[in-house]
Design a protein around this ligand. Structure first.
Ligand code: NAD
Length: 473
């Protein structure tokens, strides 16, 4: 990781250079206790939770404006901390985060309750209530965007939120917390707690005073958090976790021309493949496999690799040298077992301490290879062929994950059959897409648990329903 334990410090390291960017105190379990107490005091005071939703919306809309004002600062923080290409941050992460805060602000006064179909002498009112003190635990690959996905609905619903960014990437969330104060959010309503997962993250997961925890990160950590919640107070847990998503190309896929290759490249290599929905398994019909491999490897080889702070860079470093070495080992293993790795390699002149790994296309990996089964989280895709639709669906579903999939065909019937057959929370037809803010996003199988992000469905994570039963006379 780009941070390391040094007493109680977090060292934030630029993965493009190995240089230390900042050193921050890491939140301890004791500090989590204090922050939870403070969150409860603020919640109980009603200064935020009891404020009319329209007024909460106004504060969050002001926050969105301030994020727009500081868009370049936010883009640079994620670029430096995570090694993400600055153009991705400017055009994807930052505008997406602002949109998320704005959309949930505007939704704050549109969350309606229900009434029960009772007899005339009763009235049953079901209202959605904020949970109280709630927590979010974040990954490092989309630091600002994931913070915004949680902050928007959690605060719009009236909760007090404790947010733990990933060890490597705390600075954009800390900046947003400062902007929230400037926007008029009452003190203690949003606390950002940079800290280690094993200490601050675990303290949140086990805290009896936290009513709901929304997590985005690896499946292994999600499993731990769910167990911690079960062993303590059964807090409401939502988990957005890893993936091993397929890109399925039917025999007519090449008709999509450059759109196909551009989207396949984005699916495979956005954020250097360190993307939960990365289309890391290309499943291609055998009739077009040779052509697809040739065109895709040529496009992958043309990606500009370099300093993520430069606008034309498409491929920066991985999050750490340890991550790079792990990815390299998995590819080396597959090659030793008979696979072929197509790559243009790294250009000369990269920073010697940068955690770079070149975009790589692995063809012919034997069944069971780690490159086919594990979420590698790097710029590596595998290519597998199929002869029939049924075989494509079987291969697409042959992992424990079920986050996303994309499929390419002009034939509507085929597209529907594949979309229905593939076990994933989001299936994109003739594009690589995660949908947008209006549609729920969440994984199936071991990719997701307990609730969706985005859309009004996200409020289910951050509210609970109360039934008020009134006898009328
Ligand atoms: P990670 O699981 O290592 O860490 C995620 C967060 O959990 C960090 O803040 C970490 O400090 C914390 N943590 C670690 N141990 C903990 C514990 N015992 N209790 C509580 N918190 C703990 O994941 P990562 O490496 O930061 O992120 C990469 C993973 O995130 C990938 O698997 C990726 O697929 C996934 N991801 C999923 C989505 C999605 O929406 N499905 C989005 C982005 C990333």
């Amino acid at each position: 990781m780009t941070t390391e334990a040094n007493d109680r410090l977090l060292r934030v390291v630029n993965p493009a250079t190995g240089e230390t960017l900042d050193t921050l105190p890491a939140a301890t379990a004791g500090e989590v206790d204090t922050a939870v107490d403070q969150a409860h005091r603020v919640f109980d005071s009603g200064v935020w939770a009891a404020r009319p939703p329209r007024e909460r919306a106004a504060v969050l809309l002001r926050l969105a404006e301030l994020m727009e004002r500081d868009a370049e600062i936010l883009a640079r923080l994620d670029c430096e901390d995570a090694g993400k290409p600055i153009t991705e941050c400017r055009t994807g992460d930052v505008p997406g985060a602002i949109e998320s805060i704005r959309w949930f602000a505007e939704a704050a006064d549109k969350v309606f309750g229900r009434t029960a179909p009772t007899s005339h002498d009763h009235l049953g009112l079901m209202s959605r209530e904020p949970v109280g003190a709630v927590a979010a635990v974040l990954p490092w690959n989309y630091p600002l965007a994931m913070a915004a996905w949680k902050i928007g609905p959690a605060l719009a619903a009236g909760n007090s939120l404790l947010l733990k960014p990933a060890e490597a990437t705390p600075r954009s969330a800390l900046h947003v917390a400062r902007l929230a104060t400037e926007a008029g959010l009452p003190d203690g309503t949003l606390a950002v707690l940079p800290g280690y997962g094993a200490e601050a993250g675990r303290a949140l997961a086990r805290h009896p005073g936290i009513g709901a925890l929304s997590f985005t990160g690896s499946t292994a950590t999600g499993r731990r958090i769910l167990a911690d919640a079960a062993e303590t107070n059964f807090k409401r847990v939502s988990l957005e976790m890893g993936g091993k998503s397929p890109q399925v190309l039917m025999p007519d896929a090449l008709d999509f021309g450059v759109d196909l290759i551009d989207d396949m490249i984005a699916a495979a290599f956005l954020t250097m493949g360190q993307n939960c929905t990365a289309g890391s398994r290309i499943l291609v019909h055998e009739d077009i496999a040779a052509q697809v491999v040739a065109r895709f490897t040529a496009a992958a080889g043309a990606l500009v690799i370099g300093d993520p702070a430069k606008p034309d860079t498409r491929t920066g470093p991985l999050i750490s040298t340890a991550a790079r070495d792990r990815v390299a080992r998995a590819v080396d293993e597959a090659v030793a077992a008979g696979a072929v790795a197509h790559t243009a390699g790294l250009p000369a002149g990269l920073h010697p301490h940068g955690a770079y790994y070149p975009p790589t296309v692995v063809v012919g990996a034997p069944d069971g290879s780690r490159v086919l089964t594990e979420e590698l989280f790097g710029p590596v895709v595998t290519v597998q062929t199929f002869a029939s639709e049924q075989e494509a669906i079987r291969t697409a579903n042959a992992t424990p994950y079920g986050l996303a999939a994309s499929l390419w065909t002009h034939d509507l019937d085929t597209a529907f059959r594949l979309a229905r057959g593939i076990q994933a929370g989001v299936v994109s037809v003739n594009s690589y897409s995660e949908g947008d803010i209006t549609a729920p996003f969440g994984g199936w199988k071991q990719s997701g648990f307990g609730g969706a992000e985005r859309s009004t469905d996200a409020f289910a994570q951050w509210t609970r329903e109360k039934t008020v039963w009134i006898r009328t006379r």
